[in-house]
Write a protein of this length. Structure first.
Length: 308
């Protein structure tokens, strides 16, 4: 058991190192950061709804970009191992294919978690500034965090190993700054937790399709599942004479089978409600169950796959 965990850990760490060095991921981080800062300008265009605009658009942007990260990494990293033929070196070693797949999933998920924490810290900084937080502190925190990151890259033997703690520190610094104002921090943390769970589930779905398909088809299938999952609530209750009973039955069946990704974007009222913690815990349990199922199916398919 311990040996299996060590092998999974090694695969996950190597996957994480590969993912955080991807230039496309760095581009997504830069674009998402720009969007979050731009919400300050959008908020000023609204009438007496500045805080709501900054919070809602910011969290929606984090959700969308985290989905893109999960789909991109989930559909490409496994195929890269096959294309570069590094998989042929790994599999002959004493490692089961399911261990390799689970390690890949954990590495992709950890990368997504780092992205969500960094963006969440920036979101809390922006919300705090919009709520009349100290301007000097607003600039000092990101400058200090970037300086710390540069120091880690320069001095640390393996900077990627420290990036998780650095991202957690960035989130914590943003939360402390926002808490000095009248910003409600827990709803933001709830939303980020649900985003992280969505990343884990999407990565598992992508690996399921990637276990037998090409990167393009894997990405297309995963996007399709995500779109259907985001429409699951509507599909379960849809009633229309134009569709016909057969189409309605098909939509209802899809809504029961496909993961309900709507649970991870419940809206501000559910996150600000007194029962928000219970809702988040229930949604996280739902996501963990579907993630485990997707990984089991992916491992079963990957185990039987022949590599030339």
């Amino acid at each position: 058991m311990i040996g299996s965990l060590l092998r999974i850990y090694a695969i996950a760490l190597n996957t994480f190192r590969e993912a955080v060095r991807d230039r496309i991921l760095l581009g997504v981080v830069g674009l998402a950061s720009g969007v979050l800062v731009f919400t300050l300008a959008l908020g000023e265009l609204s009438l007496d709804q500045q805080r709501r605009v900054v919070e809602d658009i910011g969290l929606a942007s984090i959700s969308l970009f985290s989905v893109l990260v999960a789909i991109f990494l989930g559909s490409s990293l496994l195929y890269k191992e096959i294309e570069r033929k590094t998989l042929y070196v790994i599999l002959p070693r004493p490692i089961d294919r399911w261990e390799f797949l689970v390690g890949k999933h954990l590495g992709i998920t950890l990368t997504g978690f780092v992205f969500v924490m960094v963006m969440g810290g920036l979101q809390l900084l922006v919300m705090g500034l919009q709520a009349d937080g100290d301007l000097a502190t607003f600039f000092a925190i990101p400058i200090g965090m970037l300086a710390l990151l540069g120091l880690l890259v320069w001095k640390a033997r393996d900077a990627t190993a420290w990036s998780v703690l650095w991202a957690l520190g960035a989130l914590g610094a943003g939360a402390v700054y926002a808490s000095t104002t009248d910003v409600s921090v827990p709803p933001v943390l709830y939303a980020l937790s649900l985003n992280a769970m969505e990343i884990a589930l999407l990565a598992a779905v992508a690996l399921f399709f990637g276990s037998f398909s090409t990167p393009f088809l894997t990405g297309a299938f995963t996007v399709g599942v995500w779109l259907v999952g985001r429409s699951a609530d509507t599909m379960q209750t849809i009633r229309s004479r134009l569709l016909g009973e057969e189409i309605e039955a098909l939509l209802h069946g899809l809504a029961r089978v496909v993961p309900n990704f709507n649970l991870f974007v419940p809206g501000r009222h559910a996150l600000h409600d007194a029962e928000a913690a219970t809702y988040v815990a229930t949604s996280l349990g739902y996501g963990l169950g579907y993630t485990a199922l997707a990984l089991v199916l992916a491992s079963a398919i990957f185990r039987k796959r022949d590599f030339p």
